[in-house]
Design a protein around this ligand. Structure first.
Ligand code: 3MF
Ligand code: MG
Ligand code: MG
Ligand code: MG
Length: 387
């Protein structure tokens, strides 16, 4: 029942299952995986898609001939195992050239190189069939605040996204952009740190209709924010183009833990939100196996992410079908129907006058108990499997 199928639209980054367990304090613990092997294994586990940075597939210094051979073999594997590439992105953070950022670097040559690299990478993504292109501003930030005017940085980021939007349109590509916020790491401060910052920025772009967000569970938790609420705001604005599912223990470094391994209740509400709102995009996992694992642990990790999503989905279905919970919710959301109708038609002078004339009894209204203890306990009982 929880076994994933292609219809679930689960995807993983090549870099996620390919994560070799290195961290700032230790070297890799697992051998590199061939991208074609990851395609095969993920397909067997029930995944639908595989996403990549340009350099997850084609090395930074590959010759055009090497690039073409690698891409040909990868496409063959996608075909052989019935996998798609829904999303692609650019690695604008690993090479030392990007140590001060890419689109917001103070060096105009680095900014131009970042555009060149991204255009090549967009071409690659489109060739592989991607319809979403993600921008995570890995090193778009500062360590020394004095180094950059933050207003200039915002303008530089806008110029880059506008330029690349035109590039997509000029080439007739069917591609939308999804901007991924993160508050810090690897820089001590990154520009556009949250979903809300990104949504506000998108509204200022030349082609806002083709730009949305790619929020990540761990990134919002690093700022102590409520991820479900951030995603709801993106969804409501029609801007949830993609999502990075993983897990995180509190506001620390970006842990990219197996989906649902820690924050059971909030991720249940995330899945419930996505499913209830009819989100149709990829369910993408940007996470990796613990450093303690060998290759088998990587596949255990990947299977766990998908299985847990489907368990949450089934819990959401039960929550929506639970008579006691639903009756309680209905009771909670009811009230004076005359008052409810007062401003449902928006503002009018008559409505304003009417509301101003009502003799409200705040002390009486304040006596109400909202029954949220009962509701939350029912939620916990459902999640813990006793109802
Ligand atoms: C880093 C990330 C990135 C982005 C990726 C684009 C390496 O914290 O989350 O993963 O998700 O670059 O999708
Ligand atoms: Mg991340
Ligand atoms: Mg992360
Ligand atoms: Mg991410």
């Amino acid at each position: 029942q929880y076994t994933p199928t292609k219809a679930d639209k689960f995807s993983f980054g090549l870099w996620t299952v390919g994560n070799r367990g290195s961290d700032p304090f230790g070297e890799p613990v697992r051998p590199a995986l061939l991208p074609t092997h990851s395609v095969k294994k993920l397909s067997e586990l029930g995944a639908w898609g595989i996403n990549l940075h340009d350099n997850d597939l084609v090395p930074f210094d590959a010759t055009p001939q090497e690039r073409d051979r690698i891409v040909r073999d990868f496409k063959q594997a996608l075909n052989d195992y019935g996998m798609v590439v829904p999303m692609a992105t650019t690695n604008l953070f690993y090479h030392p050239v990007f140590k001060d950022g890419a689109f917001t670097s103070v060096d105009p040559s680095v900014r131009a190189f970042a555009l060149q690299k991204t255009m090549h990478s967009i071409d690659l993504g489109v060739e592989l069939g991607a319809t979403t292109y993600v921008f995570w501003g890995g090193r778009e930030g500062v360590d020394a605040e004095a180094s950059k005017n933050p207003v200039d940085a915002i303008k530089r980021m806008r110029d880059a996204i506008n330029f690349l939007s035109e590039y997509v349109l000029d080439n007739g590509y069917q591609l939308r952009f999804a901007l991924e916020p993160k508050p810090n790491e690897p820089r001590s401060d990154t520009y556009f740190p949250s979903i809300g910052h990104m949504l506000a920025f998108i509204a200022t772009l030349d082609h806002p209709e083709m730009i949305g967000v790619n929020p990540e569970v761990a990134h919002e938790h690093m700022s102590g924010l409520n991820f479900v609420h951030g995603v709801a705001q993106a969804l409501e604005a029609g801007k949830l183009f993609h999502i990075d599912l993983n897990d995180q223990k509190g506001p620390r470094y970006d842990q990219d833990l197996r989906f649902g391994s820690e924050n059971i209740k909030s991720l249940f509400f995330l899945v419930k939100l996505l499913e209830d709102q009819g989100y149709t995009g990829p369910r993408h996992f940007d996470a990796h196996a613990y450093r303690t694992e060998d290759e088998q642990g990587v596949w255990d990790f990947a299977a766990g992410c998908m299985r847990t999503y489907n368990m949450f989905k089934e819990k959401a279905r039960r929550f929506n079908a639970d008579p006691e919970i639903q009756a309680l919710l209905q009771e909670i959301n009811s009230g004076d129907s005359v008052h409810a109708a007062l401003f449902s038609g928006g503002y009018s002078k008559a409505a304003a006058d009417q509301i101003k004339a009502i003799d409200f009894q705040p002390d009486v209204l304040a006596r109400r108990g909202y029954k949220y203890e009962k509701l939350d306990q029912l939620t916990v009982e459902l999640l813990l499997g006793v109802r």
